[in-house]
Design a protein. Structure first.
Length: 192
């Protein structure tokens, strides 16, 4: 897949977030990783979903340098990049972050999401973990990058292909997989 097609897919997936009430305001995002180029496509920061177009899909390298696009990439870009750097060699090509109502409320509880039925087990193998609370220093200095690091800390010892989600304590869910659309379908069930 080329960057043009990846931008179109990432745009459509971002618009799906709003259509399915998984985000509020301009918060939340979907990104995609292109294996051939090693580049990431993510939505621009602060763009209203009602006004979002292909021109708001920003291409960055894994160090966060803007390669293509007129806008600043999403403020969550550093979190996505930490996840891609750690998981790209395991086939991870899409990351979704939402502020879906129920998943966000659950994340505020500080509890993992236990497997209580077959729908959960169809997508996740065991309890969906929750990160620890971030320290004041982690929050006040490089918050987004530190969010990614806390996600990786929480995922240590877990297979990111079998457990493809984490709840960031007092924040919301991050989900990843081999493509964006599949991960969106998983996140949708969290908003029911």
């Amino acid at each position: 897949m080329g960057l043009k097609e990846l931008k179109e897919r990432v745009l459509e997936s971002n618009l799906d977030l709003k259509r399915n009430n998984l985000v509020i305001s301009t918060w939340g995002n979907v990104s995609g990783y292109d294996e051939e180029t090693g580049l990431v496509v993510i939505k621009a920061s602060g763009v209203k979903y009602s006004e979002m177009g292909i021109e708001h899909m920003i291409v960055v390298d894994l160090d966060g340098n803007v390669i293509e696009g007129e806008y600043a990439p999403s403020t969550d870009t550093p979190t996505h990049l930490v996840i891609y750097k750690a998981f790209k060699d395991k086939g991870i090509k899409g990351v979704v972050h939402t502020h879906s109502q129920y998943a966000t409320m659950w994340a505020q509880s500080g509890n993992g999401l236990p497997c209580l039925g077959t729908t959960h087990s169809d997508y996740f193998y065991g309890e969906i973990p929750v990160t620890r609370l971030m320290t004041s220093q982690e929050i006040n200095c490089n918050y987004e990058e530190n969010t990614g690091k806390v996600i990786l800390e929480t995922m240590e010892g877990l297979d990111c292909r079998r457990m493809s989600a984490v709840l960031v304590r007092s924040h919301g869910p991050f989900v990843w997989g081999d493509r964006q659309k599949k991960q969106l379908q998983i996140v949708w069930c969290w908003n029911i």
